[in-house]
Design a protein around this ligand. Structure first.
Ligand SMILES: Nc1ncnc2c1ncn2[C@@H]1O[C@H](COP(=O)(O)OP(=O)(O)OP(=O)(O)O)[C@@H](O)[C@H]1O
Ligand SMILES: [Mg+2]
Ligand SMILES: [Mg+2]
Length: 291
């Protein structure tokens, strides 16, 4: 098979692992920077021009689209879809997953457990908003934040008010969320491939930090998920139509609660913590499903 990894950087761990496992299984794997693709649109002949050639020989793509290039990257993924090329994640699903609010709305409809969340346009009614999520402390997060940046813990009503005012002044959209203190600065990441959990880790924030992100100095170890956690991860993958994804959840007194679903999950942390060959699982998923 001719497999294309859509990525801006062929040296990243995840990209390199996918190249290695793809080649090991006899495929031709190429890394293509989506920003260097020209999308050519005309009647019944959708094509993509890259450097000096047409990408008309591709059997499957693995999009690894960074959050800063969602628009252009997804346009390229969509073009491959128009060319009937198999993709591990659709352009629509990537776009949806990039917006926390949109994702949570869908997930709540699908019956997925989550911290109670409020989206509000203006900070005048802070008191009511805080009441809706069960009182302070509350979590306030940017709708399109990543790596734990733009996630704030507001301990008091006054703090929440100031933070909402500040974000408001910057015209940044935020959600206000119930703070799950039982999680104790840890979260679970389940790696889903083909709708099933193929590996899971627990990430623990550094001392005194409520955010467990590895980018914020957290550490990861392998965990075995219980039935409710497995079910939640698979339910979230199905609801967002993301057969390959990373599902983040918090352990709470009322069971696992969904935090977010990542459509371009990194492989380094999870392969390191679990010792599992996740890159191979993604390649064999393509082999089984490409028609
Ligand atoms: N409601 C909450 N209650 C308790 N802790 C929370 C809550 N929301 C987020 N956290 C903590 O903060 C971290 C970052 O939050 P979240 O994953 O929503 O943000 P992010 O910036 O999108 O991060 P990512 O890089 O994982 O995409 C979580 O991993 C978790 O440890
Ligand atoms: Mg995120
Ligand atoms: Mg997260």
């Amino acid at each position: 098979m001719n497999i294309v990894i859509l990525s801006r950087n062929s040296h990243l761990y995840s990209t390199r692992r996918l190249i290695d496992e793809g080649e090991r299984r006899g495929h031709i794997v190429e890394v293509i920077d989506p920003l260097k693709c020209d999308i050519i649109i005309e009647k019944e002949k959708p094509t993509i021009y890259y450097k000096d050639r047409y990408l008309d020989y591709v059997d499957a793509i693995i999009p690894r689209i960074g959050t800063s290039v969602t628009f252009y990257g997804c346009a390229v993924v969509r073009q491959f879809e128009m060319m009937n090329v198999f993709t591990t994640v659709t352009s629509d699903a990537i776009v949806r997953s990039r917006d926390k609010l949109r994702s949570l709305q869908r997930l709540s409809k699908a019956g997925v457990g989550m911290p109670k969340t409020v989206f509000t346009n203006y900070s005048r009614d802070v008191e009511e908003v805080i009441e809706h999520v069960g009182g302070t402390p509350v979590i306030i997060k940017l709708l399109e934040g990543t790596q734990g940046l733009g996630v704030v813990l507001a301990e008091t009503k006054n703090a929440a008010e100031s933070v909402l005012e500040a974000f408001n002044g910057l015209q940044a959209r935020v959600i206000v969320q119930e703070f799950i203190k039982e999680a104790k600065g840890a979260d679970l990441r389940a790696l889903v491939v083909d709708g099933h959990v193929v590996g899971a880790m627990k990430r623990q924030g550094k001392e005194g930090e409520f955010r467990s992100n590895l980018h914020r100095g957290g550490t990861a170890e392998v965990v075995k998920l219980d039935d409710a956690e497995l079910r939640l991860a698979m339910q979230a993958s199905r609801a967002l139509k993301l057969p390959v994804c990373g599902v983040d959840m918090l352990q709470s007194a009322r069971g696992p609660l969904l935090l977010e679903v990542n459509s371009t999950p990194g492989l380094e942390g999870i392969e390191g913590a679990t010792g599992k060959n996740i890159a191979k699982a993604i390649i064999t998923y393509i082999e089984r499903n490409r028609t």
